[in-house]
Design a protein around this ligand. Structure first.
Ligand SMILES: C=CC1=C(C)c2cc3[nH]c(cc4nc(cc5[nH]c(cc1n2)c(C)c5CCC(=O)O)C(CCC(=O)O)=C4C)c(C)c3C=C
Ligand SMILES: [Fe+2]
Ligand SMILES: [Fe+2]
Length: 336
């Protein structure tokens, strides 16, 4: 029986937390023209000459902190999600997992689908909100590779799933485990993105970042905007939890470089909340479908320490979607 091919693709992680592997990972990741979207010569000088040599040993130390007996949490949960989806979909489907950077590669996953004689391929970039640097990059590479096959199969892509009902329910359910009412404030801390990349998504050139509240509504002009989609995800989770508007803030973490990134920055929000006397924060990270360096270290360790140093008491991460059967149901619902 001919099967339908499903390809889940997440961002990627180093093969090990050793500096040499982190170097390889950062080099491949940051040399992507959609991630550091500047002319190639400048990107090469910046990435190979400055970021990779200086950042890799520091980043390797952070990876060592989150690495456990299962290896990288991002890869561990991604594999589990693919396995659970295969079990849920059954024999008519062939599910493969790939990482945009490092392993398992998109090329090897596509080769497995080809060898499995699948009749079609559906690609699900595992990023709820669309960004050129994440989902766009996955789509570009898959298209480049498949376009060279003698027989190009029917192929489709999930563009984003920022408002997926079941996903929203899992995030809300994970928060309820922490008694949301016991926190002074809730943060929806998304991975950051250079403002330049947001502006590129506005094909009219007259909407994005032209007003302070451009991302508060999703409309025809900003429907592919990472920030506007993030605000939508946050609004839906907040509605599910009956959170009043003044009880939560949308913010953006992990800025790299000196250029402006999407704002407000999570560190600035921590300072503001501490100055207001807030003591306990509950933090969602809804740009990710699995816990990773950004949630397990940046939020759980760095932001926790930073907030305590500012007079706060506790920063509690809401667990990501990880191995939630309801999230697998959400993925199954996206499959055609
Ligand atoms: C939401 C998805 C992601 C987008 C969009 C994204 C953009 C982006 N990221 C960097 C730089 C780094 N990101 C790093 C880690 C990292 N990024 C994502 C997701 C998105 N990045 C994830 C899931 C992770 C964690 C991976 C893991 O193994 O757990 C890192 C590495 C860590 C570090 O050195 O700080 C960098 C660097 C840029 C420049 C960017 C721009 C568009
Ligand atoms: Fe990133
Ligand atoms: Fe916007």
């Amino acid at each position: 029986m001919s099967k339908k091919g499903i390809l889940l693709v997440n961002l990627g992680t180093p093969d090990s937390p050793q500096t040499s592997d982190v170097k390889k990972y950062l080099d491949q990741f940051l040399m992507d023209e959609r991630v550091i979207d500047i002319p190639k010569l400048n990107r090469t000088l910046l990435v190979k000459g400055i970021i990779v040599p200086f950042r890799s040993p520091k980043t390797a130390k952070l990876y060592k902190e989150i690495w456990n007996e299962n290896g990288s949490p991002l890869l561990y949960y991604s594999r589990l999600q693919a396995k659970m989806l295969q079990e849920r979909l059954g024999e008519g489907y062939h599910v493969e997992l790939a990482m945009r950077y490092q392993s398992p590669s998109i090329a090897s996953a596509l080769a497995n689908l080809k060898a499995g004689l699948v009749e079609s391929i559906q690609v699900i970039p595992m990023f709820p909100q669309y960004a050129s640097a994440s989902s766009g990059s996955v789509m570009q590479l898959v298209m480049e590779l498949v376009s060279k096959w003698p027989t190009v199969p029917p192929i489709s892509f999930v563009n984003s799933f920022h408002d997926n009902e079941l996903m929203i329910k899992v995030f809300a359910e994970n928060a309820r485990k922490h008694q949301v009412e016991s926190y002074d404030h809730v943060l929806f801390s998304f991975h950051g993105l250079p403002e330049r990349q947001l502006l590129k998504c506005d094909h009219t050139g007259s909407y994005c970042l032209k007003s302070a509240d451009c991302c508060q509504t999703l409309n025809d002009t900003n429907k592919f905007c990472y920030s506007a989609q993030g605000h939508d995800t946050a609004r839906l989770i907040a509605a599910e939890l009956n959170l009043a508007k003044d009880k939560y803030t949308v913010c953006f973490q992990s800025r790299l470089g000196k250029e402006p990134w999407v704002q407000p920055y999570t560190t600035d929000v921590l300072k503001k909340l501490a100055a207001e006397g807030k003591k306990r924060l509950l933090v969602f990270s809804p740009a990710f479908v699995a816990d990773c360096l950004e949630t397990l270290y940046e939020i759980t360790v760095e932001y926790h320490e930073e907030f305590k140093a500012l007079g706060g008491e506790h920063v509690q991460l809401v667990e990501s979607l990880n191995d939630s059967p309801v999230f697998i149901e959400a993925l199954a619902g996206m499959v055609k």
